[in-house]
Design a protein around this ligand. Sequence first.
Ligand code: BG6
Length: 510
Amino acid sequence: MSEPEARIAPDEGGKPKPAPLERPADPAALVIFGGTGDLARRKLFPSLWNLWSNGLLPEDFAIIGVGRKVASDTAYREAIGASVREVAACPPEDERSFDGFVERMCVVQGAFEDPATYGWLKARLAEVSARHRTGGNVLFYLATPPAAFGTIVRRLEAAGLTREAQGWRRVVVEKPFGRDLASAKALGAELHAVLREDQIFRIDHYLGKETVQNILVFRFGNGVFEPIWNRRYVDHVQITVAEDLGMEGRGSYYESAGALRDVLQNHVLQLVTLVAMEPLASLDADAVHAEKVKVLQTIRATGAVRGQYGEGTIGGARVPGYRSEPDVDPQSTIETYAAVRLDLDSWRWSGVPFYVRSGKRLARRCTEIVVQFRKPPLTLFQQSGVAELEPNRLHIHIQPDEAISFDIKAKAPGAAIRVEDVRLSFDYGSIGEGCAATGYERLLYDALVGDSTLFHRADMVEAAWRIMTPILDAWSSRPAPDFPNYAAGSWGPPAADTLLRRDGRRWVVG
Ligand code: BG6
């Protein structure tokens, strides 16, 4: 047998070859509005480097950073190069390849609202198209505050930059996609005034995470789970997105968001759709989106709890409460924790609640889906401790470890019948290879090849807001009198435990 082909083998030009079965993305220029911002430095450039070093970006590629703070091409390349070295999971080893990556960056200095910026951008695009043979294809990435989205797309259109005379034009939009149903519709209308829906890529980095993509493979690539994936066998589903971090300098953004808008309305509802959707007839983007929308349309929020952290201890260190974070109102009524009970009006899920929660400054970082199955109808093993045993649970661990585990019962060795809880588990790190991905690699690549499967479609965004807007309205009309109501380092406010306890259930992680 011949030796398996190495995944990456640099060719004579120092450019790595793509992995088998993957092709490099189409020739293109990537224009990043907010090209020096936090998102660009922490996530986008490290991901682009991962793609480049895995041979998944074409030779004919260029990146233009747009922003007020970018000074010159040289300074930009130095600054971005340094932050990629610092942040990337796989720091550059092949210096020639890294130089090739950095050389493809240049800048346009200017304000997003200034029409002159777009004139300079047009000239730079013509220049890089000639130099790097990008073929007129342009992916615009709006890594900016949402308030700038409308202005940027209008200015792009006015400058003729969204016209697909030669090559394609696409726009990636970062969340939040509006702040309630009405503003989401208004944003949708602003984007649609300039772009077709298939030119808009609403990004959700959760959908790029490996274990999240694995949910569909787990459900539909295995024959054994689908028959029990319904109300006859499932007692309830829980989704936890817990973070131990606080504001990390994002206080002013968070003051206009809160946990429900920041994480539950988008990332968590997407996880719900992946767990709850009907089997797919195809993996075509429209088919996936249609099934997700169908799930969202069945969901009603039937209980909600909010919380805000006070000071506390995390990892042995004292940390301040939310109201003492920089750029946060000392009387703030914004929630840093939200838990919601969702009921799905469908034949598959009727009577099976989905409990979802997310919060900042919780006991530890942990993103996990738990599917809890019904107990056996007969308790045969009362004498052997089974009455206290836990029900079967399937855990899909998304962060920090990527794994799937299943809690079952087994007989402990010995003459007596003694039943114990044991765990079957599979660690995602045990298959595959390569460096930890940020979640953005897959999504940037997909936007460059025009595959919108893992992005939000307009109707999906609106359906998700329809679920959460009544809670937001109720909360804004009645500011919480008891904030702060959980200590940093705890698992959230006691009322979130009551939300499940009154249904005879409790939160579980791990
Ligand atoms: C972002 C939120 O969308 O997701 C942040 O704006 C949050 O507040 C982050 O911290 C969580 O992402 P991850 O990948 O760290 O779980």
